[in-house]
Ligand binder design. Structure first.
Ligand code: FNR
Length: 369
């Protein structure tokens, strides 16, 4: 039985005070008819807070732009009805002693026309590409860029207004912000394209606008990944020096916490050190970081064939994870599928009752429990 004390340590990350180190990873569930989080969604998050999670990052929730959404029944993060639904989610989570941040999201060129809201609007992206060489959408103009930056800022302001504890910007997995970062999908010749410093310009504008909208004391989390859903082997940076040059400007623009998305948390990011991506970002920026990827499970979440069926997995031990938290490699640990399968995963881990965890199976996505 691993000693899970370190996972149970309360932590104050600036103004964000958490009862333990366990985070619910953002997971799209498409159970919000009319794009409004309803009573079932409120109960789904309440159960995870009651189950002991310190911080919930909600499923991706789309900002107020006509091309921000890719899938039906994803919750919106604008409009009175959707925000009233979210406010109830916040109240339910707080009543169970948990903290919560919305993950604000624009899908970029992953969008296909026909998904509502948005109607016939095509995908919007830096160069109209959903993957290298494949133009399916609209290459964003300066006006489009300004609109989307403003929509991110508006969403962040709403998060603060309705009582969320932090906001997470979705900059990962090959969606819009990552389409700007990635040279495979950004071939612009203006100041938003070129080397990684220029391809980061859009993200930096988003972070600065979000920071300006929420003020200095509201925590801003930034999720990013090397891998893309369009190409699992893609990388934005190859060395610690490149990583530092990439993350430092984001930290200076206003990111408080980096959520470093990997598929297997135990993998070293660069040769010659055991540190994973979250470990390196913490070391290079001095900012708190969140790790993620197959925590408590024996297989990562993406099948190699690229299908969107999130991979089934069996429970495993967490000794390696606990040891890394104990060494201070990263501050927080996000858990995805294991928390869909076991809403009380956190309490069970923290109380040492680790046995009998349920495996994660695909049919669990067919309901919202
Ligand atoms: C995800 N993931 C994800 N990531 C994200 O940033 N925003 C999202 O909306 C989603 N949606 C989503 C849905 C489902 C059903 C799954 C399984 C995953 C990725 C997720 O946050 C996490 O990084 C991975 O699931 C890896 O963690 P686990 O499942 O291995 O603990």
């Amino acid at each position: 039985m691993p000693d899970t004390k370190t996972l149970n340590d309360p932590v104050a990350l600036g103004p964000l005070e958490l009862r333990n180190r366990i985070v619910m990873a953002p997971m799209t569930r498409t159970y919000s008819p009319g794009n409004v989080p309803n009573a079932k969604v409120i109960e789904y998050y309440r159960r995870r807070a009651a189950g002991g999670v310190g911080l919930i990052v909600t499923e991706g929730t789309f900002i107020d732009h006509k091309a921000a959404i890719a899938y039906p029944n994803v919750p919106a993060f604008f409009g009175d009805e959707a925000l009233a639904g979210w406010e109830k989610v916040v109240e339910a989570v707080h009543a169970e002693g948990g903290k919560i941040a919305p993950q604000i999201w624009h899908v970029g060129a992953i969008r296909k026309p026909g998904v509502n809201p948005g109607g016939d609007t095509p995908g919007y992206s830096p160069s109209g590409m959903v993957k290298p060489g494949k133009v399916t959408g609209h290459a964003m103009t300066q006006e489009d860029i300004d609109e989307v930056v403003a929509a991110f800022a508006k969403a962040a302001a709403s998060a603060k207004e309705i009582g969320f504890d932090a906001v997470e910007i979705h900059g990962a997995h090959g969606y819009l912000i990552d389409q700007f970062f990635w040279d495979g999908t950004n071939v612009r010749e203006d100041e938003y394209g070129g080397d990684l410093a220029h391809r980061s310009r859009f993200a930096l504008e988003v972070v600065k606008a979000v920071r300006a909208a929420v003020g200095p004391d509201f925590p801003v989390i930034f999720r990013w990944s090397q891998w893309k859903q369009q190409d699992y082997s893609a990388r934005l940076v190859e060395t610690p020096e490149e990583l530092e040059a990439f993350v430092q400007p984001l930290a200076e623009a206003g990111v408080d916490i980096f959520h470093c998305s990997t598929r297997r948390f135990w993998e070293p990011e660069f040769e010659g050190s055991d540190l994973n991506l979250a470990g390196w970002v913490k070391k290079l920026t001095g900012k708190p970081t969140v790790t993620v990827g197959s925590v408590g499970l024996n297989a990562d979440f993406l099948p190699d064939d690229g299908t969107a069926n999130f991979r089934e997995a069996e429970p495993t031990g967490i000794d390696e994870l606990v040891a890394r938290v104990g060494r201070g490699e990263f501050d927080l640990v996000a858990v995805g599928r294991a928390l869909i399968a076991n809403p009380d995963w956190a309490n069970r881990v923290l109380s040492g009752e680790y046995g009998d965890m349920r495996p994660y199976t695909k049919d669990m996505l067919m309901t919202l429990d």
